[in-house]
Design a protein around this ligand. Structure first.
Ligand code: MAN
Ligand code: CA
Length: 222
């Protein structure tokens, strides 16, 4: 199902790499900036098509020859790239629609949450998420906690979160080592004092520190 999208992505990447050396890339109207290319955001209010400011402060439109790829590819490359990306965006949004419709994914801010429905220990759950290029669901605020809770409730199963106790008792950290700055501990939790190094989400959305070797619902974030 993704092969078409993958193909489109590779095509877009190839086009980008081909033209990446352009000093003043004209940009793609209607699309956000592309890393590595001077974008709309970098030009503070100007569109990339409007060019850069000259010594007098007036806008200088880049000469047409600067819009040509160094390799001598046609000027229509930008239009082609635009078409490919718009098509890719459209297809991805349709695929996303299918996944949301089936209840397979939930979006919260920039995060996408998904479960495989499996109940496994912490290490196995994390490994599944990482294999899929994600990590364990890690609520950073109330909104994210609620989104994860939606999946926990749907499956009616507790889930491990991407949070673990550090060396110091009662000091819980994200998997990247940073201290947690949002918590939703159940009353009287955490109480494990180094014997419960993982964190599970209850079906009311509150958290409990818990041993790491129990079967819990795998929920990943991407
Ligand atoms: C069990 C475990 C603990 C939890 C208490 C709460 O002992 O799940 O992690 O703190 O119940 O009573
Ligand atoms: Ca506990």
């Amino acid at each position: 199902m993704l092969s078409y999208s993958s193909y489109m992505l590779i095509a877009a990447a190839a086009l980008l790499v081909t033209c990446n050396a352009l000093p003043k890339y004209p940009g793609i109207p209607g699309l956000p900036s592309i890393p590595g290319l001077p974008g709309r955001d970098n030009l503070k209010g100007q569109t990339r098509l409007s060019g850069l400011r000259g010594a007098s402060g007036s806008l200088v439109r880049p000469p047409v020859k600067q819009l040509t790829c160094p390799q001598g590819l046609p000027n229509s490359l930008n239009t082609e790239l635009h078409k490919v990306l718009v098509n890719l965006k459209h297809r991805l949004s349709r695929l996303k629609g299918v996944l949301v419709l089936n209840g397979n994914i939930r979006e919260v801010g920039e995060k996408i949450l998904a479960t495989n429905g499996k109940k496994v220990d912490f290490a196995s759950a994390l490994a599944s998420c990482e294999e899929a290029r994600g990590t364990l669901a890690t609520p950073m605020n109330e909104e994210e906690n609620k989104a994860i809770l939606g999946i926990v409730k749907k499956y009616n199963r507790y889930a491990y979160l991407g949070i673990k106790e550090g060396e110091d008792s009662g000091q819980f950290k994200y998997l990247n080592g940073m201290h947690v700055n949002y918590t939703k501990w159940h009353q009287n939790e955490p109480n494990g004092k180094r014997t419960e190094k993982c964190v599970e989400m209850y079906t009311d959305g509150s958290w409990n520190d818990k041993r790491c070797n129990l079967p819990r619902l795998t929920i990943c974030e991407f």
